[in-house]
Design a protein around this ligand. Structure first.
Ligand SMILES: *[C@@H]1O[C@H](CO)[C@@H](O)[C@H](O)[C@H]1NC(C)=O
Ligand SMILES: *[C@@H]1O[C@H](CO)[C@@H](O)[C@H](O)[C@H]1NC(C)=O
Ligand SMILES: *[C@@H]1O[C@H](CO)[C@@H](O)[C@H](O)[C@H]1NC(C)=O
Ligand SMILES: *[C@@H]1O[C@H](CO)[C@@H](O)[C@H](O)[C@H]1NC(C)=O
Ligand SMILES: *[C@@H]1O[C@H](CO)[C@@H](O)[C@H](O)[C@H]1NC(C)=O
Ligand SMILES: *[C@@H]1O[C@H](CO)[C@@H](O)[C@H](O)[C@H]1NC(C)=O
Length: 477
């Protein structure tokens, strides 16, 4: 085990040395009880291109976010798409069903071969996983999973190995609710807590800006250098009171407003609604009339044949923002982060919001601008505006510590943070002391039998897939 740990962290250092000096420093500051992993944007050629050759991902920009796992003994590195909208981990998409640059990408993601792992076991059970876009038939196995840069190796973790897949160019790490809630076995997040890799069943995500091409996920902790000020606590709506009755990260959104440069902020009518946070969805999906009203303010009166609103690329240079308000915090999404820039000559730009009558979800085009803690223990989202002033991952001993956590970044006067000023002792409370609780995997939420779960987002999805857009929302439990 020691040898394989050294091996994998050596690999990580090597990879990070290629233009990721800041991240390299992180590996020397590992804390017991939390694990931080880089979140790699699919546009990041340092990871996904062939050496020296830019991978031409046709029309891809900012479309998906990946984390690296090391599966088996000795460890086999595999990238998986980080997805807060689903619940299970699976690997080995069928790269023969994808073509061109997608097939190259699919191969670069890495494949897991159980026969080459001395700790792998097939459970022999199968399942069909279906998402907003894509599906996979999997066989369940168990094996050791370690995380790059951490000495933690989780034993006997259950996950799926695809025997076939459709419209998928990578496996998925579903970090939604697990055992007894959305799955019938301990999922990856459950295992982190049960095997004491984390002290709390919570993790935080900073996807990073489009320009950064890299973010961070901290399992069991926070990174106080990715936000400023306090975090607002937003209760997760219980599944039985949620729009689709599925235990997702549903929260109440108070309003959406637009802050154009040198104009007054205007709130959209009918923008109060429950939304859920889905890192697996490229787009943010909102009701049709709200999307139309926003698109019209971006100078785009109608959607194209793919259901996208084309906007002027000059808007990415403009200082405006679309502001998403919640109880105690407003996340301002700069035009640049909201707009998808598709490479080409000339480049094409699209609003990062699409109409949907089935789902209201905040996807990557929102999440890049938010710093979000997913607290599966007390069923809350803690959120504020994302920032970036370094890397200081720290352990959470107890989720109630979150009310005392203060981000280290300076706040822009205009950052939109309205959460109350931080009460008392900041980060020094974290990561010290051995009195942390151990979450045992039970929560007060009853298992929600899922019925009437929404079906595919819209008929445009087949077209979206060919443009590399993902909507990872699993409907079936
Ligand atoms: C980064 O490295 C420097 C020098 O090695 C060290 O002093 C500093 O504490 C490190 N920072 C973190 C966050 O680990
Ligand atoms: C990329 O997008 C442009 C504009 O939507 C489209 O005309 C072109 O066919 C697309 N290219 C590929 C390879 O999908
Ligand atoms: C998964 O298996 C089902 C049932 O055998 C089949 O109908 C479906 O096409 C398969 N899906 C994929 C992606 O191969
Ligand atoms: C995790 O820690 C708890 C409390 O210290 C202990 O009872 C339990 O055995 C540990 N579990 C593992 C898998 O080490
Ligand atoms: C959208 O429709 C709803 C319900 O009809 C209405 O309450 C809301 O004001 C509309 N929103 C916009 C932006 O037109
Ligand atoms: C977590 O912290 C709160 C407030 O400090 C405390 O009341 C509670 O007992 C702690 N929980 C555990 C399990 O240590």
């Amino acid at each position: 085990m020691a040898a394989s740990f050294l091996f994998s962290s050596f690999l990580l250092l090597l990879a990070l040395c290629c233009g990721h000096a800041a991240a390299q420093n992180q590996t020397s500051s590992l804390h017991e009880g939390c694990i931080h992993l880089p979140v790699i944007h699919s546009t990041n050629v340092n990871y996904f291109a062939k050496r020296g050759v830019q991978l031409q991902l046709a029309n891809r920009s900012d479309v998906a976010y990946y984390a690296q796992l090391s599966i088996g003994t000795p460890p086999q590195p595999v990238f998986v798409q980080l997805d807060t909208g689903s619940f299970e981990l699976w690997v080995n998409p069928d790269c023969n069903t994808v073509s061109g640059p997608d097939a190259v990408f699919c191969q670069r993601i890495g494949q897991y071969d159980m026969s080459k792992s001395s700790t792998g076991n097939s459970l022999g059970t199968t399942k069909q996983l279906r998402y907003g876009i894509g599906s996979a038939n999997i066989t369940y196995v168990t094996d050791t999973i370690s995380l790059a840069g951490s000495k933690t190796a989780l034993q006997d973790v259950q996950f799926g190995v695809a025997t076939s897949s459709e419209d998928a160019f990578s496996g998925i790490l579903g970090v939604g609710y697990g055992d007894g809630i959305a799955t019938k076995y301990l999922n990856f997040v459950d295992q982190l807590a049960i095997q004491n890799a984390t002290r709390v069943k919570a993790y935080t995500i900073a996807l990073g800006s489009k320009d950064a091409e890299e973010g961070v996920i901290v399992f069991g902790g926070v990174d106080t250098s990715k936000f400023g000020g306090a975090l607002a606590r937003l209760p997760i709506i219980p599944a039985d009171q949620s729009p689709d009755l599925v235990p997702r990260f549903w929260i109440d959104m108070d309003s959406v407003s637009i802050s154009p440069p040198s104009e007054q902020t205007r709130e959209y009518a009918g923008s109060t609604m429950p939304v859920f946070l889905d890192s697996g969805s490229t787009m943010t999906l909102l009701p049709t009339n709200l999307t139309l009203a926003i698109a019209s303010d971006f100078g785009s009166p109608a959607a194209d044949a793919n259901g996208f609103f084309r906007v002027d690329c000059a808007l990415t240079e403009v200082e405006g923002s679309l502001d998403f308000a919640f109880d105690g915090v407003t996340v301002k999404v700069p035009y640049k982060e909201l707009i998808r820039e598709v490479p080409g000559s000339p480049p094409a730009c699209f609003l990062g919001i699409s109409p949907s009558e089935s789902f209201t979800l905040l996807g990557d085009t929102f999440m890049r601008s938010a710093y979000t803690v997913f607290d599966l223990e007390s069923n809350a989202i803690w959120m504020t505006q994302a920032a970036n002033c370094g890397s200081t991952p720290a352990v959470l001993n107890n989720v109630s510590d979150l009310s005392r956590v203060t981000g280290a970044c300076g706040l822009e006067p205009n950052s939109g943070v309205t959460a109350g000023s931080s009460a008392g002792s900041p980060v020094s409370d974290l990561g010290s002391g051995a009195t942390g609780s151990t979450e045992t995997g039970s929560t007060s939420r009853s298992q929600a039998p899922v019925s009437g779960a929404a079906s595919a987002v819209s008929g445009a999805l087949g077209l979206w897939w060919s443009l590399g857009i993902t909507v990872v929302v699993s409907q079936l439990i």
